[in-house]
Design a protein around this ligand. Structure first.
Ligand code: V47
Ligand code: SF4
Length: 352
């Protein structure tokens, strides 16, 4: 089977679900790396993208309590926080690090009205007109639509008018119903997640997609997750990047399988090979660690996210990576992998 897959990759022919599963079950990591690097070079030469980005988490209070999430709190819990819009603007004004992209995600606050989110976007655009805003997972969009009584389409259109530039890829977790029910029973369904991204794309709002892996899912679950994304991308071409998120064990999900550096590299490489219609595969250094991220650049990843100032979600689940990276550190990491660092905006425009 591997020689057939090699021939198909060289000829640019799409891989089947069976071939994708075969690759997950294979331990031939060097062949996988070679194939994925070949594919990545075809699309991007040796360019690896990064952005100067800043994370903002308006609140960690959340009415959902997903089992893998160490970030969220219920009202009254120790460690809960809720920031006003002016707190956030002040915090950004006093940031020591320059940024071109804001990544804004948070919990589903039990009391805030829809206006909070609209106001947050418009105040950010007023104060930082040149910054792109990547904000609110499909889970948050669904919650806002229920809060406001508006349709998903109306909700997204209002957010877009207020300054929303694109959606992040969070909340996808694993689409397989049995795993989703075990990990995050209160979260929107896979169908709802895909539907919200489809509507966003139809309104001209681009988005990313993620897959949380390395917990209780099977390789078959990963293949069907990737297939759902590939199918939607065929219809809309609205996704920029796919980001496999390596599960950071937090002790609240029992029965997790040991996951490893090899599994992380394999998942990046297979994503590059199978998602032939996704322009970018992102190695998220916050969850992989800086050193493995550098190796992932030789396994099909062509994006490293960014400086990621003030990340809270992975670090509250025990991620050991740095709090942020400087541009010099990122560029050095990319160059030492034999690749060419390219700064980008959230919308993948090259910054010169
Ligand atoms: O949806 C929560 C995940 C996601 C854990 O679009 C965990 O550019 C691992 O989606 N272990 C949010 N993961 C992060 C996210 C993201 C990150 C960077 C860039 C982009 C982008 C999106 O974090 C959640 C959930 O899947 N998460 N807990 C955990 N213990
Ligand atoms: Fe809430 Fe998101 Fe954490 Fe789930 S993953 S508990 S929806 S913040």
């Amino acid at each position: 089977m591997i020689s057939r897959i090699q021939e198909k990759v060289s000829a640019g022919v799409r891989l089947t679900q069976e071939e994708c599963l075969f690759l997950f079950e294979s331990d031939d990591i060097f062949t996988l790396g070679q194939l994925a690097d070949f594919k990545s070079k075809q699309i991007h030469c040796d360019k690896v993208y990064y952005s100067r980005n800043h994370h903002v988490n308006p609140t960690n209070l959340c009415v959902n309590r997903c089992k893998f999430c160490s970030f969220s709190r219920s009202t009254g819990d120790e460690g809960g926080f809720e920031h006003t819009v002016s707190d956030i603007i002040n915090m950004l004004k006093h940031s020591d690090d320059p940024f071109r992209e804001l990544h804004i995600v948070g919990g589903l606050h039990p009391k805030w009205p829809f206006d909070y989110y609209v106001n947050l976007l418009s105040q950010i655009k007023l104060n930082f007109p040149h910054v792109y805003i990547k904000a609110f997972t499909a889970v948050e969009i669904d919650y806002m639509s229920k809060l406001s009584g508006l349709t998903i389409e109306q909700t997204l259109q209002i957010l877009k008018n207020a300054g929303l530039d694109m959606l992040p890829g969070g909340g996808a977790e694993i689409f397989a119903g049995s795993v989703r029910n075990a990990l995050c029973p209160e979260k929107i369904s896979a169908e709802a997640w895909l539907h919200i991204h489809q509507i966003a794309h139809s309104l001209g709002i681009k988005s990313n997609a993620t897959m949380l892996y390395g917990h209780i899912e099977s390789f078959e679950d990963r293949v069907s997750h990737l297939t759902e994304l590939r199918d939607l991308q065929d219809k809309t071409h609205g996704f920029f990047a796919f980001i496999p998120l390596s599960y950071q064990p937090n002790g609240r999900v029992s029965g997790t399988r040991f996951h490893s550096a090899i599994d992380d590299l394999k998942t990046i490489a297979i994503s590059r090979l199978y998602l032939d219609n996704f322009p970018h595969i992102k190695a998220y250094w916050i969850m992989l660690g800086e050193k493995l991220t550098q190796v992932a650049l030789l396994f099909g990843a062509n994006d490293i996210d960014g400086t990621v100032i003030q990340e809270k979600i992975a670090h509250s689940a025990g991620a050991k990576s740095a709090e942020k990276l400087t541009v010099a550190e990122i560029e050095n990491l990319i160059r030492k992998a034999g690749k060419i660092p390219v700064e980008r905006t959230a919308l993948y425009e090259e910054v010169t």
